[in-house]
Design a protein around this ligand. Structure first.
Ligand code: MRU
Length: 366
């Protein structure tokens, strides 16, 4: 997608020596990129959320393995890089999916072939992510076309989204936002309610930045406002992304997603979850088994923003001494989800629904 008229992806290679990423911790105030030259630098970028969003975490980890193979192609080096990268963030299963795919691909090849092969496989993961997200966009577009056809002429279709599941969370396009970009591009009149997404504000700082860059009309709302707008009939459809879907269709996504799904159910607003198949964890039966990342209390107790003088500052917003708890994700039960939008089409949020699209997926690994 574009930033100031220039096309970017979130991650791109330099020869076979490093990868460059957009530093998402600086957005929307500053556009800065970073070069990652080692697996450890990739791990650090994932852990500190320079890169974030389930598919992008996977792609960055894959390049991390490729960078490790530049230095040492032994089995020990492969296992060490795999384990180090796997420990960076616990909830998004795309991380394990990408790392296992890299390790499985390299393991049975002679050491002298591994460096080139690793680079090729990481690039394939990134390319596939773009194609998969484009396909999610095309399938989701059909849902948005139908919803828009029900609107009175001239009225925009109002879509609510949570966190950032746009191109910044993937390599390009996004999951939840891909159908929105395509609908906007084909002239469907729409408007997006962007949940601010406390505590890290991925909605206010990333989703709004993306939508604005593409000219999509949008309004940032406090996380607690979504239910109110749904009651008032001002939300036609919700679309969110996800970090892990279990075999029965339960959905882990950014904290606050569950409350939106409850409000949507109570107000008969369709609630869709957009996902690549790399986000399905066939090894877990239900959402209660998903590891939920516990993040630093500082994300709640402090806020970062731009000062009138132009500088960026972090300020405390709570009384000194208060404790804070900060689960990064919650689980939305499958019964609250209207449907999944995947690269192979849409389906019910259930094991049967998922199996109808992915009949051959293995239950032994993600
Ligand atoms: O903590 P983050 O910013 O990595 O969380 C991101 C989300 O929860 C996204 O909604 C999810 O990864 C889906 S991204 C296509």
């Amino acid at each position: 997608m574009n930033i100031n008229g220039k096309h970017y992806r979130t991650i791109w290679p330099h020869g076979e020596t490093s990868v460059e990423v957009i530093n998402q911790n600086r957005l929307p105030h500053e556009f800065r990129t970073l070069q990652l030259k080692t697996a450890a630098e990739c791990a650090h970028a994932i852990k500190t959320m320079v890169v974030r969003g389930a598919p992008l975490i996977g792609a960055t980890a894959a390049y991390g393995i490729a960078l490790a193979m530049r230095e040492d192609t032994s089995d020990e080096s492969l296992d060490h890089a795999h384990d180090m990268l796997l420990q960076t963030r616990p909830t998004a299963v795309n991380l394990r999916w990408a790392l296992d795919r890299m390790r499985d691909r390299l393991r049975n090849h002679p050491r002298e072939e591994r460096a080139a092969l690793a680079w090729k496989e990481a690039a394939a993961i990134a390319e596939e992510d773009v194609a998969v997200c484009r396909s999610i966009g095309e399938h989701g577009l059909k849902i948005l076309r139908e919803a828009a056809a029900k609107k009175k002429s001239g009225e925009p279709l109002n879509i609510l989204t949570h966190c950032n599941a746009g191109w910044l969370a993937c390599v390009d396009w996004g999951t939840a936002l891909a159908p929105i970009y395509m609908a906007h591009d084909e002239g469907i009149r729409l408007h997006v309610w962007v949940d601010e997404t406390r505590p890290r504000n991925q909605g206010a700082s990333l989703t709004a930045f993306e939508l604005g860059g593409h000219g999509v009309p949008h309004t940032i709302i406090a996380d607690n406002a979504g239910g109110h707008y749904m009651q008032a009939g001002r939300v036609d459809v919700c679309i969110v992304g996800t970090d892990r879907v279990t075999a029965n269709g339960d959905v882990a996504n950014k904290i606050g997603t569950y409350l939106k799904a409850l409000a949507a159910k109570d107000n008969n607003v369709p609630f869709y979850v957009a996902l690549p198949s790399s986000t399905i964890d066939w090894t877990l039966k239900s959402g209660g088994d998903i590891p939920i990342e516990e993040r630093s209390p500082d994300e709640l107790l402090k806020m970062t923003g731009r000062l009138p003088t132009g500088g960026i500052a972090t300020v405390e917003i709570a009384a000194p001494g208060s404790e804070a708890a900060n689960p990064g994700f919650d689980v939305t039960p499958a019964r609250l989800v209207t449907g999944f939008i995947t690269e192979r089409g849409t389906c019910a949020a259930s094991e049967k629904g998922l199996r109808s699209l992915f009949p051959h997926a293995s239950t032994s690994s993600a």
